[in-house]
Ligand binder design. Structure first.
Ligand code: BGC
Length: 885
């Protein structure tokens, strides 16, 4: 027996982040973790205090909110309820907790947040290179006219010097661009984020970032600078073979405001205005899809430091702030999170260096050179090699994914700044000398979202699948959840995100990321109420597609379920209601057969996908209605909840009449039709067992292969396990011939492919027109690994992991599995193993949780236990079937 240790709060977060520097005042929500085991690890109350810190000096602060003692076990999603928060204000906060015995903890360590500026807080103007700006047409690679290169333009450098005459107590840089920016202060890069300010519908909302730059300022002369590039705002975006000027704007602009607070309490602003100067320099073009071209001979060294003489720089073009909302970036930023060294460097048939990084990833290549000036080094990127060992780039469509650098001589680093490529292989031409492993590295870049989950097992290939799923998530979560990171697409497809959302939450802490993207989804919503196919939606007013538009309900519900975040439900309740009204308006008979937009159906299902469109659509509508009832309950709208329950019942009746027979069969009999019917609770109770049996028969008829596309795949194994057919789930998992996950891995996949047959031994590559090797939808099986294999799940009705359901599903050839999930209440770990017929399950629960644990008991049944926080071990038996499944 260990003696109970007092409960203490730690790991404080505001809006899911540690000490955020920009929070919308109406979104402030607090959470903390608990350590200790006092009185069974149950929190019985908390008290929060929030202090307004007027001058950055802790001694001069006022109490903005004292919650007093609140009798509650909640430790996440606690809304601020104090005095109005001052725009731009800095607040400290602390919490203490009571345990079940009424013992109170000490106050936590102090955490911080800063409130976003309101529109009046901005005194800067939008600036861009003036009318005098040079235009530059980079030469085509093969000498012929190149319309793409022709549309690319230099990334302008902008600068302004200013003087600091007093000791600085603190300094904040608020900065954004229409386009992308890299901020510089006194020769240093400001912050470590890339592709800032991120992608939003710039006509509706522009994010800005806030940096603490106190330590970068010097007494006397200072220089604030920025390089800006086209990015999503003015560059190539998506599959339109044209510039996105049509989408947002034609050339990038900067908005910057540096706020200095001096030790005596006075302050000074340095803003983007007509006093800035601009010129184009070493970056001849920079584009997300096309890549970059730098001529390092043109770099004006020292341009961003004091003492530089800016001759040849032009006045900037300047225009006042307009009314588009500027919002603090809800984070997390894109960062370089890893460097991957080459696994092999070879030369192809034409003598070009081919670097294999051993991993399909998203980012770019950094090269080191030491040679003469004027060498032209070209780096192209691809996910695969063709049969001759050359880069396979056909599947990139029009995306060029190429960076070029002209050297200025001597030791240099060659690296792009405003682009991102999806690749495993890089081809390097024109490199001066021998390319050796120390000269080249892949820098992995994506939204820097904390890891939340882990998984490992006795099966090496399954562990590889788990890693591939996470790599797919990393490579595609770049400001928005995209479909793929390599070809001319990279769009925020709602269907892909919806089906992967639960897996994404288990893998990484996507609460803030999805919170931001749901604002994009709401911004994109059409006047009809239809949620769109992609968000941000560019100029494509495509909406209403089943399983795509439904993301507008499913993703917020998932975020609430996983993080207990009720704010996202309240914020988007109106948008969700408009979506539900849109569907109902067109479908009075409760069969969703009209207004289906592009109806992608069970996208990329192998073979003939004959799941009827209206069946899939109606199933999703019923699912939405059920989730909306739950959402309305949480949002405190009982009348709406009752209305959605009634709607759910009507759709359920219509569905059963239209598609289900009295012996539990479903129209079309596809695996996806059964999976949706079962997952979405559309079979009458008495037919569920029969329906599950028909599903298994359909799987058997496909010679124990799955036939699901993007939509069916996510729920396939969960439905089988829930129906007591984990044996069949493992059989599909272990299947080695296509279509299967294992087929991809047997064929060298290091991410999840877009298509089950992206490459086959018989046929080689699938159609180059649509064949990404880094799409996460088919990786939605990750949810099953966590919820069913590890057994880390929640009881119905629980959100934010307060009431756990720990129910492992051993089977197949797996002898053991272990893993964890870092929930908002702390880390939940489980592991299991069996030797001969003995099954052992070990679990570790964080304080302030309870769990129902179900362990196989040997006769096909399960033993049920109820436990509280701490470590527990259970043993059970497996049936012979389970052992040999
Ligand atoms: C994308 C998908 C997307 C789909 C819509 C494709 O081009 O890559 O992932 O969901 O279009 O059907």
């Amino acid at each position: 027996m260990t003696t109970p240790s007092p409960l203490t709060p730690a790991g404080l977060r505001c809006v899911h982040l540690v000490d955020p520097l920009g929070v919308a005042p109406d979104r402030v929500r607090f959470s903390w973790l608990l350590a200790g085991s006092g009185s069974g690890g149950r929190q019985s109350g908390f008290q929060i205090q929030v202090f307004h810190n007027e001058t950055w000096l802790v001694s001069r602060e006022t109490l903005a909110w004292d919650s007093g003692r609140v009798a509650s076990g909640e430790s996440a999603d606690i809304a601020y309820a104090g005095a109005a928060l001052a725009p731009g204000g800095r607040y400290g906060w602390q919490v203490r907790v009571w345990d079940g015995d009424e013992a109170v903890s000490a106050w936590s360590a102090r955490a911080w947040f800063e409130v976003e500026l309101d529109q009046e807080g901005w005194h800067a103007s939008w600036i861009g290179p003036g009318p005098l700006r040079e235009s530059f047409t980079p030469p085509a690679h093969d000498g012929s006219f190149d319309p793409v290169a022709n549309a690319l333009r230099p990334a302008p450098y902008l600068r302004r010097s200013f003087s600091v005459d007093q000791p600085v107590a603190s300094a904040r840089l608020h900065i954004t661009a229409l386009g992308l920016y890299e901020a510089r202060l006194n020769g240093q890069r400001v912050g470590d984020a890339y592709l800032t300010p991120g992608w939003t519908d710039y006509a509706k909302r522009v994010q800005y970032q806030t940096y603490d730059v106190t330590s970068l300022l010097v007494p006397g002369q200072n220089v604030l600078g920025a390089i800006i590039a086209d990015g999503w705002y003015a560059g190539f975006v998506g599959f339109d073979a044209k510039r996105s000027g049509a989408h947002y704007g034609t050339s990038p602009e900067l908005l910057a405001q540096l706020a200095l607070t001096f030790a005596d309490g006075t302050s000074q602003l340095v803003v983007s205005d007509e006093q800035w100067q601009a010129r184009s320099a070493a970056i001849l073009h920079a584009d997300l899809l096309m890549g970059e071209r730098h001529d390092l001979r043109l770099e004006p060294h020292g341009w961003d430091s004091p003492g530089f003489s800016a001759s040849g720089w032009h006045a900037v073009r300047c225009r006042p702030l307009d009314s588009r909302p500027l919002v603090a970036d809800p984070g997390p930023p894109v960062r370089v999170t890893q460097e991957v060294p080459p696994a092999a460097i070879t030369q192809d048939a034409d003598g070009r260096w081919i670097v294999d990084f051993g991993q399909n990833l998203t980012g770019w290549v950094r090269l080191r050179t030491d040679g003469p000036a004027g060498a032209s080094v070209r780096v192209r990127h691809a996910e695969a090699l063709d049969g001759d060992g050359r880069l396979y780039t056909e599947n990139l469509r029009t995306a060029r994914q190429a960076d070029e650098h002209v050297t200025s001589g001597g030791p240099e680093v060659l690296e792009p700044r405003f682009t991102v490529h999806g690749f495993r292989y890089a081809e390097v031409c024109g490199y001066p000398g021998e390319l050796s492993p120390g000269d080249v590295v892949a820098r992995v870049a994506h939204s820097d979202i904390e890891i939340a989950g882990s998984f490992s097992s006795s099966s090496e290939w399954l562990d590889q699948l788990f890693r591939n799923i996470d790599w797919g998530q990393r490579g595609n979560f770049i400001s928005v959840p995209t479909d793929c990171p390599q070809r001319d697409e990279r769009l925020g497809w709602l269907g892909d995100a919806q089906i992967f959302a639960r897996t994404a939450c288990y893998n990484r802490d996507v609460a803030a990321f999805f919170g931001k993207w749901m604002d994009d989804v709401a911004d994109a919503q059409l006047p009809s109420g239809a949620f769109t196919d992609i968000a941000p939606r560019l100029h494509l007013p495509w909406g209403g597609a089943p399983a795509w538009g439904d993301a507008g309900v499913i993703v917020p519900w998932t975020v609430w379920k996983m993080y207990g975040d009720t704010g996202i439900l309240r914020r988007h309740f109106g948008a969700m209601t408009a979506w539900m009204d849109f569907i109902e308006r067109g479908n009075h008979d409760y069969l969703r057969a009209r207004d289906l937009g592009h109806s992608y159906n069970d996208w990329l299902a192998p073979g003939t996908d004959d799941t009827p469109h209206e069946l899939l659509a109606t199933a999703y509508w019923a699912f939405d209605a059920g989730l909306m009832a739950e959402i309305a309950d949480v949002a405190g709208r009982p009348d709406d909840a009752a209305g959605y329950r009634a709607l759910r019942a009507k759709i359920g009746t219509a569905f059963a009449e239209a598609f289900i027979t009295s012996d539990g069969r479903i129209t079309s009999g596809t695996q996806t039709a059964y999976v949706l019917g079962l997952h979405m609770g559309l079979f009458p109770d008495e037919l569920r067992v029969a329906a599950a049996g028909h599903l298994v028969t359909a799987i058997e008829a496909a010679d124990w292969h799955l036939t699901t596309g993007f939509v069916g795949v996510g729920y396939l194994l969960p439905v089988l396990s829930s129906a007591g057919r984990t044996d069949v789930a493992y059989r599909l998992l272990e299947q080695r011939t296509a279509p299967s996950w294992r087929y991809m891995i047997d064929n060298g996949a290091t991410t999840v492919w877009e298509r089950w047959d992206g490459w086959t031994a018989e046929r080689g590559f699938q159609s180059a027109w649509m064949n990404s090797f880094n799409h996460y939808a088919l990786g939605s099986v990750g949810e099953w690994l966590y919820r069913f294999v590890l057994g880390i799940d929640q009881e119905d009705g629980s959100a934010g992991f307060s009431r756990l359901l720990l129910r492992p599903h051993p089977g197949g050839p797996l002898r053991s599995a272990r893993g964890s999930y870092q929930s908002v209440r702390g880390t939940i770990s489980t592991s299991w193993e069996y030797t001969s017929d003995r099954f052992t399950y070990r679990v570790q629960l964080p304080p302030n949780t309870t769990a129902t644990v179900l362990v196989p008991s040997g006769d096909g049944a399960e033993a049920v236990f109820h436990v509280g926080s701490g470590a527990h071990e259970f043993t059970g038996q497996l049936t012979e079937d389970e052992q040999n499944a």
